[in-house]
Design a protein around this ligand. Sequence first.
Ligand code: PEP
Ligand code: CO
Length: 450
Amino acid sequence: MLAGWSPDSWQGLAIAQQPTYDDPVLLASVLEQLRKLPPLVTSWEVDHLRSELAAAQQGKAWLLQGGDCAEMFEGCQSEPIASKLKVLLQMSLAIVFGARCRIIRLGRMAGQYAKPRSSDTETRDGVTLPCYRGDLINDNEFTPASRKPDPVRLLRGYERSALTMNFIRGLSEGGFADLHHPENWDLVFVNQVSGEVAQRYQRLLQSLGDSIRFMETIAGSDPKELRRVDFFTSHEALHLAYESALTRPSVRGTGYYNLSTHLPWIGDRTRDLKGAHIEYFRGIRNPIAVKVGPSMGLDQLVEMVNMLNPTNEPGRLTLIHRMGRSKISSSLPPMIERLRELNKRVLWICDPMHGNTVSTQHGRKTRRFDDICEELKIAFEIHAACDSRLGGAHLELTGENVTECTGGAAGLTEFDLGTAYQTQLDPRLNYEQALEVAFEIAEHLRNGWK
Ligand code: PEP
Ligand code: CO
């Protein structure tokens, strides 16, 4: 274990984005219960993901991370969970054809329940209440009772994470994930989706089926790898009291792991070098990620990398750049170059969502499909020009037929957003837009932006 570190050594340091509970006794009792509950993932799975991410750093795998901006307790239902899995599986198939390497599938799922906010309060019609911080903390309904942070929600969040994880495990191990039956991943409404993208996917399935039959004929067997998939989970580890209650030493004596998820990440707003989040993250054995926005200074970046990965361990640290289409060209290259000069091993992935959020005339948050694709394209080009490699993408998406981002093959406009605008927080790619982004990524990878 690292000198001076414990799962609670962050306590007492400056900490951003935490709720204020007015019942510390109840909070303490909830945390005590959480400390005794079984973990949601195992240290072996976590180590396996770290080795996969190390492979991605060497160009042998590509990381696809995606899911809701925020999961909602109400969304813990079979249909939305299965749909999200289906989209991610379909996307990984589309990408694999371009990447010609393994795809690491990482859901923003089974624990993505706490959100950083730009203000601690929200005012409507002269009434000011605490802001909504995600279902792990309070409820979005604008009443004093709903907005009051409630420690019991930490238990409800843990339980829903466990239910989601259980379902994901069942689906990824069993017949559902069998590559011989990709029709299992069809979405219920898929026939309503406009032709172009769906047809492209159908053509891909056709050639996939041919390849599988060819391979099995040659090999004379059917490899068991085709009948299951690895699926990992991730979330922003924002609420440190919750995260540290689920941090346990491994039975093998390999250190402390956050066993609420495979890969926890630090958000762009909580990566203060002297703050509690960096202190907590430096001591856990999980592979970890940090969101890197344009406000990150170069010296600050180097210091952060040294703090979080002092031994330059492969697979340990993923940097998720989220610059925005207009800033990526000036902000990203110096960062890549500085870390490369110092031989720092990191996996760079691109989040083309969070720097591209805009408001419509009517005050709705949206993102333009073209901005998302353009930031991704520029990211591929910059990495290639800097003798680096873009190793993955981080996307906010859903398997439902929502209208939250504009553009894409169906040509959604601002006026269409009202049709099915469901997000309580950031706008997500819908099924068709997500698949289209995957085809774009496959195209860049095929063109050798590696
Ligand atoms: C998010 O991923 O939902 C988020 C809040 O991102 P960021 O920390 O990059 O702003
Ligand atoms: Co978001």
